[in-house]
Design a protein around this ligand. Structure first.
Ligand code: NI
Length: 176
């Protein structure tokens, strides 16, 4: 079921989401189905549970190819619960981000270029990976949602934040 997306300003997006205690439950599987439906309908590359009003540490992400990120390597379709991120470099790179909770806008956000992440899928199977570049960016963006952080809070130069049509005239950009 496609669920309404909370937008920036909703206090739930600023909360630290709670750990998921029980894996494989019908409630959790239904939540993930709704997250997938909602992300696909919005053509997003990632979604965190708080964005549909559920304050739990669940994110989904994945993209084969995105017209918005034509140079990005594919990111595996992933359900990640109770994620723990460990950065593997101090190096950051600026990249343009959008968010389904900040529709119509883009901002230039620094992210670590290489990290390790660990969590489980919805059935409790361990997921453990090293991610770089766009994959690492997506994971950092989605996991930030679980700590109540929206990407505008990460922007260093606020001249690099604005509406898609103003920043990138003539491009048909959607939100993610
Ligand atoms: Ni987002």
């Amino acid at each position: 079921m496609i669920r309404p997306l909370l937008r920036m300003g909703n206090p739930l997006l600023l909360q630290r989401a709670a750990e998921v205690e029980s894996l494989g439950t019908p409630e959790l599987l239904a939540l993930i189905d709704d997250m997938r439906d909602t992300m696909r309908a919005a053509q997003g590359v990632g979604l965190a549970a708080p964005q549909i009003g559920v304050s739990l540490r669940v994110v989904i992400f994945g993209v084969q190819s995105s017209p918005r990120y034509p140079d990005a390597a594919p990111v595996p379709e992933t359900v990640l619960i109770n994620p723990v991120l460990t950065r593997l470099t101090d190096a950051t790179e600026d990249g343009w981000e959008g968010c389904l909770s900040v529709p119509g806008m883009r901002g230039l956000v620094p992210r670590y270029t290489r990290l390790h992440y660990r969590g489980t899928d919805e059935h409790g199977h361990i997921i453990e990976r090293i991610a770089e570049d766009f994959h690492a960016r997506v994971v950092q963006h989605e996991c930030d949602h679980l700590d109540g952080i929206l990407y505008p809070a990460r922007i260093r130069d606020m001249t690099q934040f604005g509406f898609n049509e103003e920043l990138f005239p003539g491009q048909d950009l959607q939100d993610d």
